[in-house]
Design a protein around this ligand. Structure first.
Ligand SMILES: Cc1cc2nc3c(=O)[nH]c(=O)nc-3n(C[C@H](O)[C@H](O)[C@H](O)COP(=O)(O)O)c2cc1C
Length: 443
């Protein structure tokens, strides 16, 4: 019994509230909550029930008279209803219902339910099972995520203090400035995040906008590690939330509003204090970090008096693309221009790739450094390549790179880093010299 409504519960998985319908057959795949709708106050009772059970959004299956309650609930609390199935509904209302609706029985679909469909009730259990396991969006989520990832953002760490007084935080790029008067901002946190509940209940939170020297901090706070704050430098902000040292800016906020939004919640904060520095902010797009300093370092390198080598770390079918090095017998090199003779440029690199039968898509910059042996300025992009013709191309497994056939330690060192980073699926762009690989300060 919760909130005045009697119920019984069985099974595990996504929640299904059964109103006037025996949902036992669904318990194999779902957490079925059979509610005795004669036992308490209707719409509010249901709302309290799912809150008490710790459910943010549930499916509803309603039969006969239960349909009226289900429709009223879905209209009043759309954020709490994933899908609505009505079995032989007594009557349909004109309420606006935007979630997918399945009506089993005789009915005409009202215009107020644009995602409703009517089916004859032939095998109700099978029809319900199929409806309740159908995807909500109809999209491939990986594709949708990739499309979202085309929007270039900064990177933040959002922090708060848990009920135990300990600091909590996670990496987020869903930050948006909202309003100047009053001063508001927002971020989204996924419901699967370990710290979601802490943030949902917190009296406030801080948003730390990372600088380009803080890629490692971003990776740390995107992890599930329990010692995130032991591994980072931080201090309490004026409003009490943890501030990460070295950030490009921070905003210490009081809780303003928490909005339920699908598989995330939106945290809106009222800014109580803020500060910013002139450090370059860290960028993020298509799953990769971007640093303005690296772009600037590439411009400086290309316009410097020294010779410039422009090259590419290309992958074909998960293997590294290498070419014979004409200056050394049995030597290999990355596709690159400018090593012999005058400085190379990006357009010369494209010409070389075409000549070698490589249809390459160059992505972001991977490294900019001065080769200490040759004093050359080296600029390397990373990307993917299709092979039109095998030609002179050598494809090397990353576990088996022919290190001794590569031209120098600078190339080896950069490729070792590349191989290590691709293994863990992330690319840290860096500039500096080939040993330290740290971000070069740009004046
Ligand atoms: C660049 C980047 C941006 C991210 N943005 C978000 C975000 O906006 N919201 C979110 O919930 N998770 C985001 N994540 C994932 C979280 O940081 C990650 O799930 C983290 O483990 C959550 O921490 P917790 O489970 O300890 O709470 C992002 C990760 C990265 C690397």
């Amino acid at each position: 019994m919760a909130a005045g409504l009697r119920y019984s519960e069985t099974g595990e998985g996504e929640a299904v509230l059964c109103l006037g319908h025996d949902g036992q057959a669904l318990a194999a795949t779902h957490r079925v909550i059979a509610v005795d709708i004669t036992s308490g106050g209707p719409v509010n009772g249901l709302r309290h029930l799912i809150e008490d059970l710790g459910i943010t959004a549930a499916n509803i299956v309603a039969r006969g008279a239960g349909a009226g309650l289900a429709l009223a609930f879905a209209a009043a609390h759309p954020q709490n209803v994933l899908r609505l199935a009505l079995v032989a509904p007594a009557r349909l209302t004109e309420d606006t219902i935007l979630c997918p609706v399945l009506i089993l029985g005789e009915a005409e679909v009202p215009a107020s339910m644009p995602r409703a469909r009517v089916e004859g009730a032939s095998d109700i259990d099978a029809q319900l099972a199929s409806f309740l396991t159908r995807r909500l969006s109809g999209f491939d989520n990986r594709e949708l995520r990739s499309a979202f990832g085309s929007f270039m953002t900064g990177v933040t760490i959002v922090t708060t203090t848990g009920v135990d007084g300990g600091p909590r935080g996670f990496t987020a790029n869903s930050f948006t400035s909202v309003s100047l008067e009053p001063p508001l901002l927002m971020i989204c946190i996924g419901k699967q995040a370990a710290s979601m509940e802490t943030f949902r209940r917190a009296r406030g939170f801080a948003v730390n906008i990372l600088s380009e020297a803080q890629k490692d901090t971003s990776v740390l706070f995107a992890s599930k590690r329990h010692d995130k704050f032991e591994a980072a430098s931080w201090r309490p902000g004026p409003f009490g939330n943890p501030l990460i040292e070295g950030s490009a800016a921070w905003f210490d906020c009081a809780r303003y509003q928490v909005i339920d939004a699908g598989d995330h919640i939106i945290l809106m904060g009222h800014i109580e204090a803020f500060s910013y520095s002139d450090a370059n902010p860290l960028g993020y797009a298509r799953g990769h970090y971007i640093t303005l300093g690296l772009e600037q370092a590439a411009v400086n390198a290309a316009s410097s008096a020294s010779r410039t080598v422009v090259g590419a770390i290309l992958e074909n079918d998960n293997r590294l693309v290498l070419l014979p090095d004409p200056s050394r017998p049995s030597g290999l090199a990355l596709p690159e221009v400018g090593r012999l003779g005058p400085s190379g440029s990006a357009s010369q690199l494209h010409d070389l790739l075409q000549r070698e039968g490589l249809d390459a898509t160059l992505g972001f910059l991977f490294a900019v450094f001065e080769n200490p042996g040759t004093r050359e300025q080296c600029i390397y992009y990373r990307g993917e390549a299709l092979l039109h013709a095998r030609g002179r191309t050598v494809l090397a497994d990353f576990e088996d790179i022919p290190w001794d056939r590569l031209p120098d330690e600078a190339t080896r060192s950069m490729l070792r880093r590349y191989a290590a980073e691709r293994k863990i699926g992330r690319f840290k762009v860096y500039s500096g010299d080939h040993r330290q690989g740290t971000v070069k300060a740009v004046d």
